[in-house]
Design a protein around this ligand. Structure first.
Ligand code: CFM
Length: 536
């Protein structure tokens, strides 16, 4: 038994047997000698354990639908749910050629503010009235309704309200039954939102944007301006951005997603359903990219260029990479000297714990414990496991859309990329088209992978493995600080950013250097060092 094995065993020894058995399945120590290391994920958190997960409504409204800048999203439920989803995720948006300033609603919060009489007598009338008011005051292009827990319990038919409003006002009104309790985490809400967008929005447009190398960016939410930094480089190379799901994305563009040449996927967890559904219905291939980290960004840009197989694009890509590297590398090198050999933990949603490993490695650091809150097995182990994942009672809540090839727009993948079938087959050997390998292959032997971590495990792992930095969420950030370890909050970037792309790497490097260099952490006494709390 290795030292880490022993430490993990000790950590689990604290639990009653039944809990221990459960939690053991959500943990693994990377061992490349074992062929198919398996982890349990996307299952219910054990009642009584405080996890870091969010709810289904958070995944649908907060993550996927909320950032669509020209859509008014009404939270149908009590005010608390609306209030807590009001702009805290920092998905930025700005006006552009097709979306004037008055059509951007991302900084506003719309809620039906359900009160006790509405819960008792039903909230459909209130919702109807609110839609009429919203149309009257704001004249939006589209409205969506996202319901929270009590709506499902009292049985308001938001679909019927939406259909009637749509007829009355002549604009699309979408309804999402994304009540918080559906599913085991926010991941269920991603799926519900993906289904709704695919069924009712994508494919409704008819205008292909002018420009070459037309791409959609899927699973990029423009947190702290990440998307803008990525777009800066992509436009520099010559790509035309057809639409984004959903950071700084617009309804008008999302209707036309099916008219692009290639989907690129940043966050696999939240948007892989749409990437796959567009492929099934329209034939468009997708490419998993990662714009977190200097080397990772360069690799993603190169793979994108390979997908088009166009010499001019490949050359321009190399030019831009060379220019950006010459500018960024010396700065990164400066920080690398200060950070070399330091270790980190990363506990973030369903994709960043993987993506940030590359950025940390650029800086000479290593993520020795990596965890997800709500990822599925494919995000850890790779998409090849999808057919073997058992759906449980919670995942059965969400209907799978059964899509067929679109009669008008379906074309084979190689046609999208303007290459022959043979060239496309050769491309697939070089670049993992329409595939994601998951986080596990990125990790080194002996490193720990943990799903749905809780407070006890967090504290014990910090005590035993003593990281220099923890990449955290909003809540566990302060636990890290109380344990005397600096953190960077990776959901909304501690109100800075961007962290993506070439410039983002510099921002991140400087902030991490400041965080780990401050002497304040030495003044904190961790609970296990304190005579009083040690006894507990
Ligand atoms: Fe994707 Fe996200 Fe994430 Fe996610 Fe999120 Fe987020 Fe996240 Mo917070 S969509 S899975 S549900 S990358 S809000 S922008 S940071 S938990 S790792």
């Amino acid at each position: 038994m290795s030292m880490t094995d022993k430490k993990i065993e000790d950590m689990l020894a604290f639990y009653p047997d039944i809990v221990k058995k459960n939690r053991k399945k959500h943990l693994m120590i990377k061992n490349s000698g074992e062929t198919c290391q398996q982890i349990e994920a996307n299952t219910r958190t054990i009642p009584g354990i405080i996890s870091q997960r969010g709810c289904c409504y958070a995944g649908c409204k907060g993550v996927v639908m909320g950032p669509i800048k020209d859509m008014i999203t009404i939270t149908h439920g009590p005010i608390g749910c609306g209030y807590y989803s009001w702009g805290t995720r920092r998905n930025k948006a700005k006006s552009d050629d097709t979306t004037p300033k008055e059509n951007i609603y991302t900084t506003l919060c719309f809620s039906t503010d359900m009160q006790e009489p509405d819960i008792v007598f039903g909230g459909e009338k209130k919702l109807t009235k609110m839609i009429d008011e919203v149309v009257d005051i704001f004249h939006p292009r589209v409205i969506s309704i996202c319901s929270t827990c009590p709506i499902g319990l009292i049985g308001d038919d938001i679909g019927a309200v939406a259909r009637a409003a749509q007829e009355r006002h002549g604009i699309q009104v979408l309804a999402f039954n994304c009540e918080g309790y559906k599913g085991v985490s926010q991941s269920a809400g991603h799926h519900i939102a993906n289904n709704g967008l695919m069924e009712h929005v994508i494919g409704k447009g008819t205008q292909r944007k002018p420009g070459s190398y037309l791409i959609n960016i899927l699973g990029e939410y423009n947190i702290g301006g990440d998307g803008w930094e990525i777009e800066r480089t992509l436009k520099d190379i010559g790509y035309t951005i057809n639409g984004v799901l959903t950071g700084d994305g617009s309804y008008v563009d999302i209707k036309n997603l099916h008219l692009a040449d290639l989907n690129i996927v940043q966050c696999h967890r939240s948007i892989n359903y749409i990437a796959e559904m567009i492929e099934t219905k329209y034939g468009m291939p997708w490419l998993k990219v990662n714009f977190i980290g200097v080397d990772a960004t360069a690799r993603s840009l190169r793979e994108m260029a390979q997908c088009f197989g166009d010499e001019a694009l490949i050359q321009k890509t190399e030019e831009v990479i060379a220019r950006e590297m010459a500018r960024v590398e010396p700065v990164i090198e400066h920080y690398r000297k200060l950070l070399m050999g330091k270790t980190a933990f990363g506990f973030v949603g369903g994709s960043r714990s993987h993506h940030y490993q590359y950025l940390l490695r650029d800086l000479g650091m290593e993520m020795i414990v990596a965890g997800y809150e709500f990822a599925h097995r494919d995000d850890y182990e790779g998409r090849q496991v999808i057919p073997t994942i058992k759906s449980d009672a919670d995942s059965k809540n969400i209907p799978e859309l059964h899509l067929e090839k679109d009669k008008e727009f379906y074309q084979d993948a190689h046609i999208y990329l303007n290459m022959s079938k043979e060239q496309f087959e050769a491309l697939k050997k070089k670049v993992p088209v329409s595939y994601y390998e998951g986080m596990n292959p990125c990790m080194k032997d002996g490193e720990v992978i943990i799903d749905d971590i809780n407070h006890h495990e967090f504290e014990r792992l910090v005590q035993e493995l003593k990281p220099d930095l923890i990449l955290t969420g909003v809540r566990d950030k302060y636990i890290a600080h109380k344990l005397g370890v600096p953190s960077r909050q990776l959901h909304s970037y501690d109100y800075t950013g961007p962290y993506a792309g070439f410039n983002g790497a510099i921002v991140f490097a400087s902030e991490v250097t400041n965080a780990v260099s401050t002497p304040a952490w030495k003044l904190v006494t961790a609970p296990w060092e304190n005579e009083e709390t040690k006894k507990e």
